[in-house]
Design a protein around this ligand. Structure first.
Ligand SMILES: *Cc1c(COP(=O)(O)O)cnc(C)c1O
Length: 429
């Protein structure tokens, strides 16, 4: 961007920011990967809708209940279209957050009588790593292992084709450093399974990816079987997540054992224990309890606000995708790989009292986490400049390479306690 353009761009964002994101005041908010900010227009339109509409619980027969049901079904379709997903090919299940979507998939697989094998990428968020607790075998892979698997090579733990299904999970984008992983893996890994007679399913964690890029599920053949998102990461509000399931793999959820209010047609308790699960649609069978109806309606309004601001933030597309890495951000494999932390060091840190989320950032001269800086649609160039100036003032040492240089290896020099490892940029598309 040329200087003049950059100034004009900055001024335009500043104007929108004053009107739409008054909560910012003078803060420099750089944790959009944690959650982005909701615009004032969205909150205002939500208040208007809540006051104007009579919304019943969708599980009843009254007119207000029917109205809610109809709205929710329309929103389901609208959200699928937002991801270019044909409702004939996919179902959207509303969940509390991406983690709850992952847990539903995990619940289905643990229901297989012979269990399941689990393979997950090292860049996985903690919520994906936890699925290994339910599996017969869990194996953590790096990108080279995934490529080897796709090419038909053997990995440390072999799959026994005859016995049980395999679930492969990875993030479309790391929540730690913004690095992207190939969407083609879903298709390729599944095909490798077909070639070797293994039933392989793919779970794509798109929570970080969709916050910066549109997810395109138009090709159902190459798409993941399951994808999870957190809507608050895209729109700032509502606090809601989604599990997108390809209809042709929906039958795995028949294995899920739990049922709750809303997901069964009939339950017998006395003398005999029998129930009939809902089977008409997948979401009916999986959405236990009352739906977060107000949040789902807010999602409709969030889509409206998003469409409007995207027009306005057009120019931002490239900048919006820009992540500056610096947090032990619920990403154990990624942090260990980036910082060269060995399992024994992590266990030692644990035994000396280190826990996820506490304040010990350096133990025995090695960093235990990274600081992640992430930008959103309403970030300005001056946010970035101010952050760089802050790093220069407090962390730059003159004998070190400049703070944004990319050191090859991260932990060899014990004296460099904090450093910027990489700036990740992505393009829309
Ligand atoms: C945020 C995030 C999650 C967890 O999302 P929740 O909404 O907290 O469940 C999982 N994976 C990635 C890549 C994320 O960015």
């Amino acid at each position: 961007m040329k200087e003049g353009e950059a100034m004009a761009y900055n001024d335009r964002i500043e104007t929108i920011r004053k009107d739409e994101f008054p909560m910012l005041h003078d803060s420099i908010y750089l944790d959009h990967a944690g959650t982005t900010l909701y615009p004032k227009t969205l909150v205002d339109s939500f208040a208007t809708e809540m006051v104007a509409s009579l919304l019943g619980n969708p599980h009843s027969a009254s007119a207000s209940s029917q109205y809610t049901t109809l709205r929710i079904e329309n929103i389901r379709h609208r959200v699928l279209r937002f991801f270019n997903a044909d409702p004939a090919e996919y179902e959207l299940v509303f969940v509390a957050n991406a983690t709850a979507g992952i847990k539903l998939v995990s619940d289905a697989f643990r229901g297989f009588p012979e269990g399941f094998d689990y393979r997950y990428h090292q860049a996985c968020h903690t919520s994906l790593v936890g699925v290994r607790q339910e599996a017969e075998n869990g194996l953590c892979l790096d990108s080279d292992d995934v490529d080897k698997w796709i090419e038909g090579g053997d990995l440390e733990v072999k799959i026994d084709p005859s016995s049980r299904p395999t679930l492969f999970a990875y993030p479309a984008q790391s929540n730690m450093d913004g690095r992207r992983y190939p969407l083609r893996w879903c298709h390729q890994v599944r095909r490798a399974g077909v070639n070797t007679g293994c039933q392989i399913y793919t779970l794509l964690d798109a929570a970080a990816y969709v916050a910066t890029s549109p997810l395109d599920l138009s090709n159902a053949e190459t798409a993941p079987d399951f994808a999870v998102v957190s809507f608050y990461k895209i729109f700032g509000f509502p606090d809601l997540g989604g599990l997108i399931v390809k209809r042709n793999t929906a039958s795995v959820f028949k294995q899920r054992r739990y049922f709750g209010g809303g997901t069964v047609d009939m339950v017998v308790c006395l003398k005999e224990q029998w129930h009939a699960s809902k089977t008409q649609s997948l979401h009916e069978a999986l959405e236990d309890g009352t739906l977060p109806i107000h949040s789902i309606l807010a999602l409709d309004l969030a889509l409206n606000a998003h469409q409007k601001l995207l027009t306005e933030f057009e120019k931002l597309a490239t900048l919006k995708l820009f992540h500056v890495r610096t947090g032990g951000v619920c990403n154990p494999g990624g942090v260990a790989a980036a910082l060269g932390l060995e399992p024994w060091e992590m266990k030692r840190n644990f035994s000396t009292g280190f826990r996820c989320g506490n304040e010990n950032d350096i133990i025995n001269g090695k960093p235990t986490g990274v600081i992640r800086v992430s930008l959103g649609a309403m970030s300005t160039l001056s946010d970035v400049e101010k952050f760089v100036a802050f790093i220069e003032e407090f962390y730059k040492e003159d004998h070190q390479p400049s703070p944004v240089a990319l050191p090859e290896s991260v932990v060899e020099d014990d004296s460099s306690d904090l450093f910027v490892d990489a700036i990740m940029c992505g393009q829309k598309g």
